[in-house]
Design a protein around this ligand. Structure first.
Ligand SMILES: Cc1cc2nc3c(=O)[nH]c(=O)nc-3n(C[C@H](O)[C@H](O)[C@H](O)COP(=O)(O)O)c2cc1C
Length: 420
C-alpha cells in the first residue's frame, strides 16, 4: 500500500483539522506515552516502559541526541527526498525497522499479528522477537512477501537454537539478529515492584510452544522438582496461564502443558555464559545475514567483524538491561572510528522523532530501529495507529530533509550536523 508521506501527509492532517475530524495520535512522544499509560494496566505499562534500575540509561539515550544540532543548507530543497534503501536483500521504503519487542500481547490482544499488518501496509520490516506473543509461522501468513527478520535469543539448548534458525529461514526471514545483551534479565525496578514477569504466565513464549524441539524438551519436564509453578495464581492469572498453550483450555488443564512450557522455558532461558564460540557456531549454522544486537563497545564491534558477522545493531535494549548504560548514539560515533566505512550499523534505542533519525544517520547509521513509540501506538489503536505513527514520523523526516537540503539519504552526512 502506498501511504501518504511528507507534504501530502501534512496537508492531509491540516485538512482533517479543517473538516473537524479528530487527530488520533499525539505527535509528541511524552504525550503518546502518557496516553498509553492510561490505557495499559500498571503491570503491562511497567513492563514496556521500565528501564533497568533508576532508568538513567533511557535518559542517556535521549540526552545524547541533544549534544547535536542540525545545520541546514539553503537552496538545495526537493519536494520528495528519496527515502528508500536496500540492506541484506531487504527493501526498506524508509530507513526504519520495527525493533524486536517481546510480549506484544500485553499492548494489544493480537500483538505481533497486528504489527505484521502494519508492516505489510507500510512496507517497514519488522524484526520478530524471540519472545513474541504469536509465532513466526502465524506472522508469516500475514506478512506474505513483506521483508522481515528474526531476532534470536541463544538459550541453553543448541538444538533449540538450530531449530529456531531453521524455522526462521522457512518462514522467509531475510536475516537473523542475535541479541547479546540479555543473557540475564536486567534489574527492572518497575517490574520488581509489580512482582511481574510475563513469561511466568505463559506470555511471550509462542516461538517456543510452536517449536518441535521445544516440545520434545517439554516432555522431559518434571513438575515435581525445582521451582513450583503449579502453586496458586489468581483466577485471572490461571486463565491467562492455561490459555497460553496452543490447545483447548480443558486439555491444557488436563495435560498441564502450559505449566510444563513455562518451566521448560525458564530452565532454558538464557545462556548466561554465552561466548564468542557460540557466535562462531551460530555463524556456521546459517547462510542468512547474521547481525549482532546489543554491541556498544568498539572492540566488540571489531571482533564481530572478525567472526564473520554481517552487521551490528548498536543497542542497549532501550536502557532495560544496565542502569546508567552508555548511550547508543555515543557508541556509534566510537564504533565508526574502528570499523570499515561500509560495514552496516543500525542504531537502536532512543529514537523518538525525525531529528533523532537524521542525527543518527549523519553519524553513520544506515538505518534505525523504532521501539517503544510503536508499542504505545499499538496499545492505543492497533494496526492503524502504528501505521499512522510511522506515517507521521517518516513525513517529519522527509520534510526535515527537504528543509536541510538533502535530496536523498546519501546526502545526510557529518556536515549536516554540529556537535554543541
Ligand atoms: C517491552 C519491550 C520488550 C522488548 N523485547 C525485546 C526482545 O524480545 N528482543 C530484543 O532483542 N529486544 C527487545 N526489546 C528491546 C528493543 O528491541 C529495543 O532495543 C528497544 O525498545 C529500544 O529502545 P527504545 O524503545 O527506548 O527506543 C524490548 C523492548 C521493550 C520496550
Amino acid at each position: 500500500m502506498a501511504i501518504t508521506l511528507g507534504r501530502g501527509r501534512q496537508k492531509e492532517i491540516y485538512l482533517n483539522g479543517f473538516l473537524g475530524r479528530n487527530i488520533r495520535l499525539p505527535f509528541d512522544f511524552n504525550e503518546l506515552e502518557k496516553q498509553a499509560e492510561k490505557k495499559l494496566g500498571k503491570k503491562a505499562f511497567g513492563y514496556i516502559a521500565a528501564g533497568a534500575g533508576s532508568s538513567r540509561g533511557i535518559q542517556n539515550n535521549l540526552d545524547a541526541f541533544s549534544d547535536y544540532t542540525i545545520l541546514p543548507r539553503m537552496l538545495n530543497g526537493s519536494d520528495h527526498p528519496e527515502l528508500g534503501l536496500s540492506i541484506f536483500n531487504t527493501q526498506l521504503p524508509f530507513p526504519l525497522l520495527f525493533a524486536p519487542v517481546g510480549v506484544l500481547g500485553l499492548a494489544h490482544p493480537k500483538g505481533d499479528l497486528e504489527l505484521a499488518e502494519a508492516s505489510k501496509l507500510t512496507g517497514m520490516p519488522m524484526i520478530q522477537s524471540n519472545q513474541a506473543s504469536f509465532s513466526m509461522e502465524a506472522c508469516a501468513e500475514v506478512l506474505h512477501n513483506t521483508d522481515h527478520w528474526f531476532q534470536l535469543y541463544f538459550g541453553k539448548s543448541r538444538d533449540l537454537v538450530e531449530s529456531m534458525v531453521h524455522r526462521a529461514k522457512l518462514t522467509g526471514n531475510k536475516a537473523i539478529v542475535l541479541t547479546l545483551d540479555t543473557t540475564i534479565l536486567g534489574w527492572r525496578n518497575k517490574d520488581l515492584a509489580n512482582g511481574f514477569l510475563p513469561f511466568m504466565y505463559g506470555l511471550g513464549i509462542a516461538q517456543y510452544t510452536a517449536d518441535p524441539v521445544f516440545k520434545q524438551l517439554m516432555e522431559k519436564c518434571d513438575l515435581t522438582t525445582g521451582e513450583q509453578l503449579n502453586a496458586r495464581p489468581g483466577i485471572q492469572d490461571a486463565i491467562t496461564l492455561f490459555s497460553s498453550y496452543p490447545d483447548s483450555l480443558i486439555n491444557n488443564f488436563k495435560t498441564r502443558n502450559p505449566v510444563k512450557a513455562v518451566k521448560t522455558f525458564l530452565d532454558l532461558f538464557s545462556k548466561t555464559d554465552l561466548s564468542w564460540d557460540d557466535v562462531r557456531w551460530l555463524r556456521e549454522q546459517t547462510k542468512l545475514p547474521l547481525l549482532l544486537k546489543g554491541i556498544l563497545h568498539p572492540e566488540d564491534a571489531r571482533k564481530a567483524i572478525d567472526y564473520g558477522i554481517d552487521g551490528i545493531i548498536v543497542s542497549n535494549h532501550g536502557g532495560r538491561q544496565v542502569d546508567h548504560v552508555h548511550s547508543t548514539l555515543d557508541s556509534i560515533v566510537e564504533i565508526k572510528k574502528v570499523i570499515p566505512e561500509e560495514f552496516p550499523l543500525i542504531l537502536d534505542s532512543g529514537i523518538r522523532k525525525a531529528a533523532d533519525i537524521f542525527i543518527a544517520m549523519a553519524l553513520g547509521a544506515k538505518a534505525v530501529c523504532v521501539g517503544r513509540p510503536y508499542v504505545y501506538a499499538l496499545a492505543l489503536g492497533g494496526r492503524d495507529a502504528v501505521v499512522e505513527y510511522i506515517q507521521n514520523l517518516v513525513s517529519e523526516l522527509q520534510i526535515t530533509m527537504s528543509l536541510v537540503g538533502c535530496k536523498s539519504l546519501s546526502e545526510i552526512n557529518r556536515d549536516c550536523i554540529q556537535n554543541k
